[in-house]
Structure formats: C-alpha cells, structure tokens
Design a protein around this ligand. Structure first.
Ligand code: BGC
Length: 579
C-alpha cells in the first residue's frame, strides 16, 4: 500500500525532475491563468505554456455539457502537446452549485447554508457541486468564500456563511471536504478558500476597500477559517482585492508568505484575483507569494513579459519562481491530472438529477429562518380556501437565486430545471391559489397573502450599498413595501418571505406582517420553501447574522459594536423560531 507520506515523496520527486527540465518561459506559463475566450487562441495554450484556464462571464464553451467537455478536452490536448506535456487546471466560479451551467443544481448561497448550520449538508452540497463541475469539464472551483462580513453594505455578504468565525470555520471544513473528497477521483475538484484576507471587513463594506482592523482581531476573527481550510488540505487560496493601511493584500508578503504559507504550512497555490498583476503591483505580487496570476482581460502579455523581465533583472528570484511552479505542479499531481487529464463523460447524465435537487431542497428547507409567527398562522393549512401569492420574486428562479446564477450578475429570468416558490405552493395547496405579481390584483378576499419581496440579483461591487452603479438600500424598496401595505391595509393576513443576500432593515414590515421568514437566496429548488410553509417540515434555520433594527445601527463599521454589545440587534445571531 502506498502511504500518504510516500505518495507525497513520490510527487515531490516528480516535481524535482520536471522543474529541472523547465525553461523560464515554461515556468511563467505554468504561473499563468487565462479565460478560454478573448485572452487566448487555442494555439496560445501550447506556445505560451498556459497553466490554467477559467470560465467566467462571456461566451459559453458550448451548449450541452458534452460540448463544454469537448472544448476543454481540446484545450487540454494543446497543453499535452507541449514539450513537457503538463496538463491544465480548469477553474470556475461554482459558488452555489455549478452555477455557470444552465440546468445545474443551484444550492442556496452560502448565507443560507450558514443559516442551516448543518455541516453534513454543506459537505454534501459541495460534493454535488464538485461532481456537476467535473461533468462540465472543470477540476477546480473558486469556492468556498470564507469571508467574515462585518458590514451588510458589502455586496458579497451572501457569498459568505456567517458573521461568526466559529460557524464559518465549521462550515469551511465541511465545504473543503465535500469539494475535494479524494482529490484524484474523477468527480472531485480542487477547492479555493477566498478571499485572503479581509475581504468582508473593509470600512463601510466597500468591495476591495481598506480593511482597518488590527492584527489581533485579524488573527482572532478572520484567520481561523483559513487555518481550518489549510488543515483540511485546501488546494488553493485566492488573494483579496482589499488593502491594509493602503497596501494591496495581493502584495502583502507578511500575510501571504509569512502567515499563510510559513505560519499555517499552506503548500498549495495562492492564486491572484482578476487582473491582480496590473492592478496590485506587478512582480511585487509574485514576491509577496502569489503563485498563479489571473492574467485576464488584456493582462497576458504584460504579465508574461513583465515577470520574465523582472527575473532577468534580478527583481524576482529563481527560487520564488520555482516555489510557485512547485506548488502548481503539486496540485496537478494530487488531482491525478497527469494520469487522467480529461473529464469523465459518464458524469454528464448526473447534472441536475433528482437526487442532487433533493439535497438542494433540504438545504432550502433548513435555511429558512422564521422571525415571527403570530397566532401560529404558520404552518398554513393545505385546505386554505384562497391563497394569494404576491411579488415577482415568488415566481422566478432567477430572482430567488441572486448573483452568480447562470450569469455573473444573476438573472431575473427563469433558468432550466428549477422550481419557483409559487410552483411549490401550487403543488401543495388544495384550495385556490392566485398570483398577483405586483400587488395590483386586489385579491382581498384571500384568506392569506404570501408576499415575496427582496433584493434584485447582484454580484461583487455591483451589490455594494452606496455604489454608483445601483440604487440598492438596506431597506425594502418603496414598491415592495407597498406590496405589503396593499394587503395589510385591507386586513388580509400577510406572510412575508424576504429573498435577500443580507439582512435588511425591515422592522416595520415585521411589525405589519403576521409571519415573517428570512429565506435568503434559495437557488433552484423554490418548492422547498412551500414544504416548510405548509408544515411538511419544521423550520430549522437560525440567523447567520445578527439582524439590524434601524439604519443608524448600520452606519459605518458596525461589526465590533455588535460584538461588544453597544448596539442591540432586533434579533441576535442564531435566532429562529420553530413550529
Ligand atoms: C472575484 C472572484 C472570482 C473571480 C473569477 C473576481 O472578480 O472577486 O471571487 O473568483 O472574479 O471570476
């Protein structure tokens, strides 16, 4: 039997022999990540010795999963045609399922998984995401995001599990286990813990802004999930866009090399984020410890030539280059890519299968947090004579899924294979169900109104409250407030479902409603929501974030004030009622 130790030794020996044969161009090539479109032609994979290809927003690799596989297989053949035949890593932002593929199983975003608090379920969701990612040709996912969001204004709150370091740490372990399983299996992928570090703790919640927490707090609140990820063998860690005292995290040698690599013993790949090279200091990011650069969107030439020049000029040492390449090759060996470089076509038939959707549906059910249930209006009787379902969020798989769904910024359209909340209600209700998308239908004779309101889909800085690109606020829009007013004013009992990527200031709406449910961003299985509303299952979700009572509470950097008790939330962390 080959023990772990001895297989590690064998891998290191193989790396030694490969490294000894590699030219500087070949090494820099390995340290390069590009998109499969725009950045390169297929021939460039061979001539520039590319190390990794990603798929993000942009032209699809094909229509069907088999076409996606074929596209990546063709690129892999180009890589294998190089002198040394080093296989490519194929990465994708599969952050709540293989969400770039229309028809894949979409899980609740991490904030919803944080509400479940169920590590076993998070592990299963990650394993399914890994399989569906492999089925579409990928061996690497840029997930999990293990940020600790301090400020709900940040547009990426929903990508993270929780404001709690402890809960995030537990779910990080589960997630890494789920994605990576036995790394060399054909249905597992390399995971990426991101974004190292301080992404969620910027002042005022600005994506890529300044993080002004001190070293002790960083150590206590932000590093434990990374320590857990490293202990569980996470293959990659992505650097963050934020700065510390004005210094870009990408160029932060003390944190990347001293703390992460040397201190925690991380032996995998530190990958830059989008255009990290041109944005954050060129060769300085390599010196700080970035091993692979996302040289996308026009950065490829600048990066490959610039880094070569920096090595020639003695600004970057050969040792640093060798260390970076060693880390990349190590992961390629651990993934078994040298033996099995191509995707497994038998996995295609498993994309979006009922067994996967059932796990996603369980996650939806367990993610729902019941904040109010006056006179036990919930669970609803299936025999209720007339139910009016209100709000466009109730009948759109796109709206219920948030950003990073089919498109980077998400979609308001239905996508393939999911069920909407309305469809779930219609399936279970035995009486009349009517749909009133914009609350103009005047169905005031209904016994109950189920009103779905919340946020439009968004991703990254487009979701920051206060960013010039949007009109988002920490409250419901007037339009959505009026959906609730319309029915409450006519004396109809109202069950509010909040579909959002973060807690919103909804104190008044909670008062007005008979029942109020924080549903986060459930993903493709909207019928899971109905199953709980009608009592087929109990509520299990608990708040992954403390819940604001007023906008004032959320001014500035509120995080630590919650923790030191000087601001009292409307509902504390882990609040949640049951039947
Ligand atoms: C995001 C990352 C993501 C990357 C690749 C960046 O803009 O910050 O989270 O993994 O794009 O799509």
């Amino acid at each position: 039997m080959v023990t772990e130790k001895s297989s590690d030794t064998v891998i290191e020996q193989k790396i030694d022999s490969l490294l000894a044969m590699m030219t500087l161009d070949e090494k820099i090539g390995q340290m390069t990540q590009v998109r499969h479109f725009d950045d390169i032609s297929e021939e460039d994979v061979t001539s520039r010795f590319i190390g990794s290809i990603i798929h993000t927003q942009g032209p699809l690799p094909g229509e069907t999963a088999l076409e996606w596989q074929a596209k990546f297989t063709a690129l892999q053949k180009k890589a294998l045609a190089t002198r040394l035949g080093i296989p490519l890593l194929f990465g994708v932002d599969a952050v709540h399922g293989q969400n770039t593929f229309d028809g894949a199983t979409m899980f609740p975003h991490n904030i919803g998984l944080g509400a479940t608090g169920n590590a076993e379920l998070v592990e299963k969701a990650a394993a399914i995401t890994a399989l569906e990612s492999q089925a579409t040709g990928f061996n690497w996912v840029f997930s999990p995001c293990i940020a600790i969001p301090y400020n709900e204004k940040w547009g990426r709150v929903y990508e993270a599990f929780s404001e709690s370091t402890q809960l995030t740490t537990e779910l990080t372990k589960a997630s890494v286990r789920g994605y990576q399983g036995i790394l060399s299996d054909s249905h597992t992928v390399m995971a990426t813990a991101k974004h190292f570090v301080g992404d969620g703790t910027t002042d005022f919640g600005v994506e890529g802004g300044e993080t002004s927490i001190d070293a002790n707090e960083l150590k206590k609140r932000l590093l434990p999930p990374y320590e857990a990820a490293v202990e569980h063998g996470v293959g990659a860690i992505m650097a963050s866009f934020n700065t510390f005292s004005g210094n870009p995290m990408h160029a932060h040698k003390a944190l990347i090399t001293d703390t992460l690599k040397e201190g925690m013993g991380f032996d995998g790949i530190v990958v830059s984020d989008w255009k990290g090279y041109s944005r954050f200091g060129e060769h300085e990011i390599v010196n700080a410890g970035i091993d692979m650069v996302m040289a996308v969107d026009g950065d490829l030439d600048l990066y490959q030539h610039g880094l070569k020049q920096a090595v020639t000029d003695g600004l970057v040492s050969q040792n640093r280059i060798d260390d970076a390449v060693r880390r990349i090759l190590r992961q390629k060996y651990r993934l078994g890519l040298f033996e099995n470089p191509f995707p497994d076509s038998t996995l295609v038939k498993k994309i979006g299968i009922p067994e996967h959707r059932e796990v996603a549906r369980q996650a939806v059910r367990e993610s729902l947090v019941l904040l109010k249930n006056e006179s036990n209006i919930l669970p609803l009787e299936k025999e209720t004579k007339k139910i009016v379902v209100v709000g466009e969020h109730a009948n759109s798989t796109g709206l219920q899924s948030g950003g990073w769904t089919v498109n980077w910024q998400g979609t308001s359209e239905n996508y393939k294979g999911g069920t909407t909340i309305l469809q779930g209600i219609e399936k279970l209700a035995k009486g009349t169900v009517v749909f009133d998308p914009d609350a103009t239908g005047n169905h005031f004779d209904a016994d109950v109104a189920i009103i779905a309101v919340g946020e439009p889909p968004y991703a990254e800085f487009f979701g920051d409250i206060g960013h010039e690109s949007n009109e988002l606020t920490l409250t419901l829009t007037e339009k959505h407030q009026n959906y609730i007013n319309a029915y409450v004013n006519e004396g109809v009992k109202v069950v509010v479902l909040l579909i959002s990527g973060r807690p919103l200031v909804t104190t008044k709406q909670i008062e007005q409603s008979t029942a109020f449910v924080a549903a986060w961003l459930p993903g493709s299985e909207g019928d899971g929501v109905a199953e709980v509303l009608f009592g087929d299952y109990n509520f299990k979700g608990k708040l992954p974030h403390s819940w604001p009572s007023s906008l004032e509470d959320y001014n500035g950097k509120y995080g630590p004030n919650f923790w030191d008790g000087s601001i009292e939330p409307l509902f504390p962390f882990r609040y949640g009622l049951e039947y």
